[in-house]
Structure formats: structure tokens, C-alpha cells
Ligand binder design. Structure first.
Ligand code: GAR
Length: 190
């Protein structure tokens, strides 16, 4: 059984799908949810699944405190689900190819620092893109630049608002992220 930790800063709808997916899995279980925001919706969602929550400061993320917590719980895979802080080098070194992220666009388009959530969808609509989508990738020290594991596109209609695009992209995220994490875990076991 692999042990998963989820990092998130916001509502936590993706985290919830992952919690649900692995609740009774033979492969892995979520053992910790971590957030940098004491008001994040992800906290309540984790508690609904009786999963412990760690709220941490930026200093604790960077000074090794968070890493120690992950080590103490023997975490095998770190999953970022709407986590908006940069992952420090100490975590990336400790979890090589063991940190995955989901981004709400078809990277390398609409990625990089400051490109997250609705900002992505607004830019996509402003540029009258005909499609957007999701990217699931390994995490490196640069925002949104790690090796891509999975992408899926969705069509955008001219009349779609940023909210409409967000809805379409979120549907893809919820459909694919748990399954792709499961695939990553299967690869780890080989
Ligand atoms: C998701 O759409 C995720 O792709 C995005 O934040 C949202 C979190 O929603 N992440 C980024 O933009 C990272 N650059 P959730 O909290 O409901 O899962």
C-alpha cells in the first residue's frame, strides 16, 4: 500500500475526488492533507474523510518542517491539487518523480508563475482559443515545467465565459486525476 499526501490551497474539489477514489483502494490511501491556508475548503473535505490536516506557514514549507512531517508518515507520493505555493528544493530532492500536479490548461500554454485557476480561463477566453484542457505532470522547481504525464483537451465555444471554461476543465480534472494518480502508483510499484 502506497501512502499519499495531498497539498491544496483552495476549495479542494480535486482533493475530494482523490480521497473518495482511494478510500477503499487496495493500492494506496490518503494519509495527510496539507494546506497553507487556514480557511481553505480542502480542510473540511479532508475531515469528512477522517484524514488528518496539517496547516503550515511558508517558513515551515521551506525550512524542512513539512518534509519531516511527510517522512514521519512515510509518505510515498505527494499530490498537488490546487496548491499555489512553489515547492521548495528540499521536497523535490526528497521525492524525485514522486510529486505530481494538475494544471487547468494544455501546458506549456497558460502556465508559469501567477497563472492559476480563473486567471488561466480568463486568458484562454480573451485569446479566443478553440480548446483548453488539463495537464498532469511531475513537479520540478520551475512552475509547470516538469515532465508531462497526461493531457486531455476540451472544445471551447466562442460564447463560453471563463466560468463555462472552468466548468468544462473541472469536469476533466475530476474524471482523470484520480485515475492518473493510480497509474503513477502502479508504475512506482514495478
Ligand atoms: C484546479 O482547477 C487546479 O487545476 C488549479 O486550481 C484548481 C483547484 O481547484 N491549479 C492551478 O491552477 C495550479 N497552477 P480545487 O481546489 O477545487 O481542486
Amino acid at each position: 500500500m502506497k501512502r499519499i499526501a495531498i497539498f491544496g490551497s483552495g476549495s479542494g474539489t480535486n482533493a475530494e475526488q482523490i480521497l473518495k477514489h482511494f478510500e477503499e483502494s487496495d493500492l494506496a490511501r490518503v494519509h495527510l492533507v496539507l494546506t497553507n491556508s487556514k480557511d481553505a475548503g480542502i480542510i473540511k473535505r479532508a475531515r469528512n474523510y477522517a484524514v488528518p490536516v496539517l496547516i503550515f506557514t511558508s517558513e515551515q514549507l521551506n525550512n524542512g518542517y513539512v518534509l519531516e512531517k511527510l517522512r514521519a508518515l512515510k509518505i510515498d507520493l505527494v499530490v498537488l491539487a490546487g496548491f499555489l505555493k512553489r515547492i521548495p528544493g528540499n521536497l523535490i530532492e526528497a521525492f524525485p518523480d514522486r510529486i505530481v500536479n494538475i494544471h487547468p490548461s494544455l501546458l506549456p500554454d497558460y502556465g508559469g508563475e501567477g497563472m492559476y485557476g480563473m486567471k488561466v480561463h480568463q486568458a484562454v477566453v480573451e485569446n479566443e482559443e478553440e480548446e483548453s484542457g488539463i495537464t498532469i505532470h511531475y513537479v520540478s522547481e520551475e512552475y509547470d515545467e516538469g515532465e508531462i504525464i497526461f493531457q486531455e483537451a476540451v472544445e471551447i465555444d466562442l460564447e463560453d465565459s471563463p466560468k463555462d471554461v472552468a466548468y468544462k476543465v473541472q469536469e476533466l480534472e475530476h474524471r482523470h486525476y484520480p485515475a492518473v494518480i493510480e497509474w503513477v502508483i502502479t508504475e512506482m510499484e514495478e
